[in-house]
Design a protein around this ligand. Structure first.
Ligand code: ZN
Ligand code: ZN
Length: 150
């Protein structure tokens, strides 16, 4: 129907091996009518990669498929990537904006966020230091906080 509009996804028209015509097989996949070589357009590449790598980020997908981030986002916006639409593969951290696999924050911001929550809770509840239980991870942050507070 809108064959022209789809051309931006680098649809393979001729076979790289024998030069035969590529026949559309669905979901971005094309087969050579002569030698059965398989090729994919951008949508097919991204879809295939995401299927094989559930939880892949946009950057990982871009690097692996060679399809630009812009095109990937476009595919998402057009809802052509139903595979990833409901997966959490293309979330970004609410704090720093880097791609994340799950939740609302990247691991680093998650730690900061948790610390802030804990700190606030701590302050409002008690001045005591009992049961903080973050000995291993609190090292640097803890030191900073200490000097800031005094
Ligand atoms: Zn061929
Ligand atoms: Zn972050």
């Amino acid at each position: 129907m809108d064959g022209l509009g789809l051309d931006k996804y680098h649809i393979p028209h001729t076979c790289e091996k024998c030069g035969g015509a590529m026949i559309f097989k669905g979901v971005g996949e094309y087969h050579c009518e002569r030698c059965d070589e398989v090729a994919y357009d951008d949508y097919g590449k991204v879809r295939l990669y995401v299927e094989q790598h559930p939880g892949a980020t946009v950057v990982e997908t871009e690097n692996a498929t060679g399809v630009s981030r812009k095109t990937i986002r476009q595919l998402l916006r057009e809802d052509r990537l139903e595979v990833t639409a409901d997966s959490r593969a293309f979330l970004t951290c609410q704090s720093c904006g880097i791609p994340i696999r799950s939740g609302s924050f990247c691991p680093q911001c998650e730690v900061k966020h948790q610390k802030r929550v804990e700190e606030l809770r701590h302050r409002s509840m008690t001045e005591g230091m009992q049961g903080r239980g973050m000995g291993e991870t609190a090292g640097q942050e803890g030191a900073k906080r200490f000097t800031r507070d005094r």
